[in-house]
Design a protein around this ligand. Structure first.
Ligand code: KG4
Ligand code: ZN
Length: 325
């Protein structure tokens, strides 16, 4: 079995995965959403201190499996430096105490494996990764071959929901709050310009849209916020769809998946389904409980790393906050 630790942002999570069967034996996550909510976003130092309390409390429950562990997996990149270090320090301590190696796991690769928890992986796959930190299109042909073909020039899809929620004083995380508010909204009252709609670039940008929304929020009353939320969610999603359509002109997707925290957005899922139906392409999604950060996806990815012998001694593990895929 592999014990896996995730602490790249504001979720403290540990899982235990059986290597041969890929079965998820244990999984627990403690989210810090309430603690960060009053600040309208994650406060890194606070997150780090909360991990230092939550991770040992979860680990206590994992003790019955300690003698069956073959490795400790840990998210070591990318993420917040001060929170990654909490998980990595725990992984190193366990590695020394149990005399087993460490498997360093890339968080983005982990999100891709959220699709394959307790399942065999299937490739090739075109992936839209939409999280708080990333908005990317990734071509995956095997566990080793993952190429980012489009990325954001500034903010991410998920982060723009967080910022709009903050402008409206709704709290954090903004994704589910804005999605809920948009249900009560009307399509016709506000129209925002789709980012980069005239640009030939296959890339994403959310800073301009955020500014359009800020001006609308400042100029209107809270009674109009549902309509603004609706128009924002529609425009943010139309932008993804427009660029994907452009990309598919040169490369029709064989299989497509959406991963990351914002892949829980039902409006986005619906629009992607509509787009893919014109290409007759299958859509893969992770169960809703594994869309946002969790250690189950890290454990599933860790099984692949373990099989390939990619483990390291504890003193060779480094934290790489800015690393990409
Ligand atoms: O993958 P994740 O849990 O953490 C990162 O790796 O960043 O993603 C968190 C992000 C947050 O920005 C959150 O607002 C967004 O995912 N999110 C959503 C929804 N649920 C979560 N965005 C839009 N709609 C949602 N329903
Ligand atoms: Zn994530």
């Amino acid at each position: 079995m592999i014990l896996s630790i995730e602490s790249s942002c504001d979720d403290s999570s540990i899982s235990i995965t059986e290597i041969e069967t890929k079965k998820l034996i244990y999984h627990k996550k403690i989210s810090q959403e309430l603690e960060h909510s009053k600040y309208g976003g994650v406060v890194p130092e606070l997150a780090s201190r909360l991990h230092a309390i939550a991770l040992p409390a979860i680990l206590e429950e994992c003790k019955p499996w300690f003698d069956q562990l073959k490795a400790i997996a840990v998210t070591n990149e990318p993420g917040l430096a001060v929170t990654l270090i909490e998980g990595v320090t725990m992984a190193k301590a366990l590695s020394i105490a149990l005399n087993i190696p460490v498997l360093p796991i890339n968080h983005l690769k982990g999100h891709i494996y959220s699709l394959f928890i307790e399942k065999e992986a299937v490739f090739p796959l075109t992936i839209l990764l939409v999280s708080g930190g990333h908005t990317q299109v990734i071509e995956v042909t095997s566990h080793k071959d993952m190429t980012t073909v489009a990325t954001t020039m500034d903010d991410s899809y998920g982060e723009s929901f967080d910022k709009v929620a903050k402008m409206m004083g709704l709290g954090y995380p903004g994704g589910p709050l804005i999605e809920k508010l948009a249900h009560a909204g009307d399509a016709s009252h506000f129209i925002f310009t789709v980012p980069l709609w005239q640009s030939p670039l296959i890339a994403f940008s959310y800073s301009g849209l955020k500014n359009q929304v800020r001006l609308a929020v400042e100029a209107n009353n809270p009674i109009d916020y549902p309509d603004i939320a609706y128009a924002f969610q529609k425009t943010a999603t139309d932008h993804l769809i427009q660029k994907l359509k452009k990309y598919f002109k040169s490369r029709k997707p064989h299989r497509f998946a959406i991963v990351g925290g914002a892949s829980a957005n039902l409006y986005l899922r619906g629009e992607i389904e509509k787009l893919l139906s014109t290409y007759n392409t299958a859509l893969l999604l992770a169960p809703l409980e594994f869309c946002a950060d969790n250690a189950a996806m890290i454990g599933r990815c860790a099984v692949e790393e373990f099989i390939r012998g990619n483990h390291l001694a504890y003193n060779d593990i480094t934290v790489n906050p800015r690393c990409k895929l």
